[in-house]
Design a protein around this ligand. Structure first.
Ligand code: KG4
Ligand code: ZN
Length: 417
């Protein structure tokens, strides 16, 4: 089966194609190979705003998704095993007839998407794709709609069923394969020993999830305020570093450590000793704010040494907090494995800490490669392999949850998904 994955929940336009053999079980994904996976990041564009600007994200997704899809199909053509690329030609009349109903809906809302779809001649050649998997949430609503509408138009034009995917489930499932294998190579994903504990750490979420089987999840702990990635981004901003702040803090903290800097300022480890599995990161950010204020020079600037010291201490505080809660969750739920997912999983200090933890408990660790820890469409396509083979619901124009802001939407999916 060939599955197209679409992800536009935040500031990455991402598309991927995978091929699978067989079906997923409760504890393993099917045999699969990555045909192609492309990500177009808008991070630089949003950088001056210090965060993601939703309307700009929508416009950019709308402008870029069709050209990116063209590139994806070109990569598929270059793939050695391109036998599936038997094109069926769509007539001009059928093309027009299918997309015309979308005109009224999209012309005001996302004209960039409609115009580029309408002008894309290559869409008249239908390749052999069996399923379209698209992120339906959580995420920024205007951004999500671009992916959803692209999926709807393509699904209708090529008569392909659509499978709506939860972004957070994508982050879980995306960690279960070896993304570093060469493109096109078949792999049999490892069995997931269950129950498993998943720690999802991203710009919008910090959650501990008990995974009873692939597809059955229970949130057992979450942040009461800011997500950990958000704390990285906001603290970086306070320290005068550009968005996205996570990689910037990471880099500086590493150089601080290499330079033998030992932090003299102690930041709090919020809720580390609370009995539950919840987190809180807004206090940490406030502590960074106060430290910056009291260590600023008369001209309001901070020294490079202070900045480095703060990044190192910040990373140590976050690592200690996350790792302590992860250990508590493993013990409380007698976990047989650990899954880490989300953009913050690219952080080297955290990766080292989680590796040691899993080793100490003698359980396997499923962690995404650093290249796929951030948002991507590969994880969305993979998540579709564990959904029913006959999609039960199709996406309607305004049928998904109301998602209003990065925080509200990314933080409040509900207790179960
Ligand atoms: O999963 P993701 O790509 O998007 C969301 O679903 O939010 O995560 C993005 C977050 C951002 O907050 C970014 O600063 C953070 O991941 N991040 C990092 C690192 N790389 C990305 N945080 C810490 N260290 C990193 N190396
Ligand atoms: Zn994400």
């Amino acid at each position: 089966m060939i599955i197209l994955g679409i992800e536009t929940s935040c500031d990455e336009t991402a598309l991927a194609l995978i091929e699978t053999r067989g079906v997923a079980t409760d504890t393993a994904l099917p045999e699969c190979r990555i045909i192609a996976s492309l990500i177009h990041s808008q991070a630089e564009l949003h950088s001056p705003y210090g965060g993601v600007f939703p309307t700009l994200a929508k416009r950019e997704h709308g402008k870029n998704i069709v050209p990116l899809f063209h590139r994806l199909l070109e990569e598929w053509k270059a793939d050695s095993d391109a036998e599936n690329l038997k094109h069926v030609r769509i007539s001009d009349d059928k093309f027009k007839e299918t997309i015309e109903p979308f005109r009224a809906e999209l012309e005001g809302q996302n004209p960039e998407l409609f115009e580029s779809f309408q002008a894309a001649e290559f869409l008249k050649d239908r390749p052999d794709i069996d399923r379209i998997a698209v992120t339906e949430g959580p995420g920024l609503e205007p951004a999500l709609w671009v992916g959803i509408n692209f999926a709807r138009m393509l699904g209708q034009l090529w008569n392909i069923p659509i499978i709506p995917i939860d972004h957070m489930e994508g982050h879980i499932v995306g960690s279960l394969i070896d993304s570093e294998l060469p493109q096109g190579k078949w792999q049999e994903p490892k069995e997931l020993p269950i129950p498993s504990i998943a720690l999802l750490i991203s710009g919008g979420h910090t959650e501990l999830i008990k995974v009873s089987t692939i597809g059955s999840y229970e949130i057992i702990g979450k942040t009461k305020d800011d997500a950990v990635g958000e704390a990285f981004d906001k603290s970086a901003r306070l320290l005068g570093l550009p968005y996205p702040g996570g990689p910037q803090i990471s880099k500086l903290a590493e150089s601080a450590e290499d330079g033998g800097i030992v932090p003299t300022i102690k930041l709090p480890r919020p809720m580390m000793n609370s009995r539950d599995l919840d987190f809180s990161f807004s206090g940490l950010k406030t502590a960074v704010l106060y430290a910056v204020r009291s260590n600023s020079l008369p001209d309001g600037k901070i020294t490079e040494r202070f900045r480095k010291e703060m990044t190192l201490e910040f990373e140590m505080a976050v690592t200690e907090t996350l790792d302590t809660k992860l250990r508590a969750a493993i013990e409380e739920h007698s976990a047989s494995s650990v899954i880490i997912g989300g953009g913050v999983a690219a952080n080297v200090r955290l990766r080292k800490a989680f590796t040691i933890t899993a080793q100490e408990y003698g359980i396997p660790l499923f962690m995404p490669g650093r290249n796929v820890s951030g948002d991507n469409a590969l994880m969305i396509a993979l998540a579709a392999t564990c959904k029913s083979q006959t999609p039960s619901r199709s996406l309607k124009a305004h049928g998904t949850k109301s998602l209003s802001s990065r925080h509200a939407s990314r933080g409040n999916l509900g207790e179960q998904f």
